[in-house]
Design a protein around this ligand. Structure first.
Ligand code: LHQ
Length: 270
């Protein structure tokens, strides 16, 4: 659908407490071109810099979540004999994955339909992934003689183990949302009609939570994969020290003792 390129490649809606970010090239199943990469990073950076933005909800327009790289931009007839795909990763996909992981606010991903290639792995880089029951995840790379990227070899191996990681990557066979949830690749599969209601409710809940503590939790869990228990215990001590100095900690304990609902500001400290 050529019309896609007339529309903004990413829709960025600032909502109360969070940003709704929608990949918006539905005629190409939201495959990434340069404009979509740039617009997505701009939206994420906007949320990072905005203290009133306390969570991100990422989804796709139309029937797909994201089909990975726009292969229309990669016609071998136009690319010369030695395309440098490493440069594309270095310039666009790797910074995106790193930004999602480093963002000190939770990122919810609502996978509304097929997530293929880098599209699947960008979804897996988010903090909490919900998927519509009809959605699927495809490590499509080997079908075009490529290697899973955007963290794919890392997510698959960490979450599923080598046997399933290799089978998915080598065959490029899709797995459905329920299978992905049963295997621990994503958080939850939900009915298609309920996806955005559930994802929105989750983003709203996170947006009124202790944002600073969420950032520390994210940091701790992401560090666990590379730490031994001793190092992780030390990290928890440091992060807990920091969390315990926040207004939200005081508010959380006071609210508990007073038997009322806590009202968190999300700020690090007074
Ligand atoms: C697309 C795409 C697409 C353009 C669907 N591009 N148009 C990093 C570094 C540098 C280079 C290379 O890549 C990477 C990372 C990667 O992501 S590699 C993996 C790239 N992605 C793929 O190989 C997936 C290609 N797409 C598919 O296999 C299918 O489209 C899936 C299985 C995702 C969906 O199948 P269907 O539901 O049957 O939809 P469809 O194939 O009919 O697609 C709908 C339209 O979207 C169609 O256009 P048309 O004009 O015919 O309606 C497709 O051409 C277009 N489309 N993916 N990646």
């Amino acid at each position: 659908m050529a019309d896609d390129d007339a529309a903004p490649p990413v829709l960025h809606e600032r909502r109360e407490g969070y940003a709704l970010v929608t990949l918006n090239r539905p005629g190409r199943l939201n495959a990434f071109n340069v404009a979509q990469h740039e617009a997505l990073m701009a939206a994420l950076k906007d949320c990072a810099a905005d203290a009133t933005c306390r969570a991100v909800l990422l989804t796709g327009a139309g029937r797909g979540f994201c089909a990975g790289q726009d292969l229309g931009d990669r016609d071998p007839a136009m690319m010369g004999d030695e395309p440098d795909l490493g440069h594309t990763l270095q310039t666009y996909y790797n910074p995106l994955v790193r930004f999602l992981r480093a963002l000190d606010k939770p990122v919810v991903c609502a996978v509304n339909g097929v997530a293929a290639g880098a599209g699947a792995n960008i979804a897996l880089a988010c903090d909490i992934v919900l998927a519509a029951r009809s959605a699927s995840f495809i490590q499509a790379f080997a079908k075009i003689a490529l290697v899973p990227d955007s963290g794919g070899t890392w997510w698959l191996t960490r979450h599923l183990g080598e046997a399933r990681a290799k089978a998915l990557a080598l065959t490029g066979e899709p797995i459905g949302a329920e299978q992905a949830a049963d295997w621990g690749l994503i958080w939850r599969a939900v009915d298609d009609a309920a996806l955005m209601t559930e994802a929105t409710a989750l983003a709203e809940r996170l947006a009124s939570g202790p944002t600073h503590a969420y950032g520390l939790i994210k940091q701790a869990i992401q560090a666990a994969a590379a730490n031994d228990l001793d190092a992780q215990l030390d990290l928890e001590r440091a992060l807990q020290r920091e969390a315990g100095r926040s207004d939200d900690y005081k508010e959380g304990v006071s609210a508990f003792l007073e038997k009322r609902k806590a009202v968190f500001t999300g700020r690090p400290r007074r």
